[in-house]
Design a protein around this ligand. Sequence first.
Ligand code: ADP
Length: 342
Amino acid sequence: MTRVELHSVGKRYPARGRSGSETTAVDGVTLEVASGEIHAVIGYSGAGKSTLLRLVNGLERATSGRVIIDGEDITGYSEGQLRAVRSRIGMIFQQFNLFHSKTVAKNVEYPLAVSGTPRAERAGRVRELLEFVGLADHADFHIEQLSGGQKQRVGIARALATNPGLLLADEATSALDPDTSREVLQLLSRVNSELGITILLITHEMDVVREIAQRVTVMEGGRAVEQGEVFEVFSNPQTDTTRRFVSTALPTEPSATHLRELREKHRGKLVTLTFRDGSADQPVVFQTLADRGVGVSIVHGGITDVGGRSFGKLTLELIGEGLQVEHAIAALAQHAELEVLA
Ligand code: ADP
């Protein structure tokens, strides 16, 4: 298991051409990936995510700040020293980066050969890795005979070959369909829980973060704009960027346009309730409305799982006499986070 710390890390690229200007790809990012955790970095294209990963494995050098791996400050390391650090880090990619002319087994064996593992030991290790990723019966297949999900399984087996303490995943499921993507994410969860490998992954997909990460850093314009436990960050977003990501995968309030449509169909009072891991008990909410003789329809929203905890927003239409509804709203506000939609 490996711990990663970035302290105010910056990366500037010099201007390209005479008229170009310098690019600040990463701008003062402080980030700690605890030993054994799955940490996701999410952000739109150009936010600085890939540069951040390349700073962790020493493929790029920070122009400011410090990069520390397991307490070792690698910021000023020579290329030789960085190679030693890299040998303890596995990496998987969106496009898999496999050798197409080699078999599955040869792809997985490659890092073992490079690291000088004796030939006699390699076959056993390759078998063990292919069993772990569920491809033991595909050892002699060529890469082009595999589906995208199988290719990424080979990528994972290869990345694990030399027993790394840290796995870096660069958009590892972005090229896969949703079902295959889920299978690969489950495999990454096993890599973390069964093998105890720390995972730092970058993605632009909210579902990836929601499904497997414990902590998340949201990046925008090279900066870490939000950071914390996945549930805390996504159930209470502080920045527009995080809010936009949340709206792609979590239940939200209706948008302004959708609200206008809802109003045409529903004449009652519309309220949105936020359910944060039991903070508002659904039975209490519905009982309160029933006790006061207020009718209710759910018109928008839902409940979902975020970082293993439940989160939901339900927009309800409350049907009843004016005063009755007002009293019911006051009673509900005692139990739930509630917003009356104007
Ligand atoms: P992301 O992975 O979030 O899409 P990147 O880290 O690839 O973001 O890029 C962040 C910014 O740094 C972008 O503006 C990109 O154009 C710039 N950049 C990345 N790599 C280089 C490079 N080698 N030289 C110059 N600019 C770069």
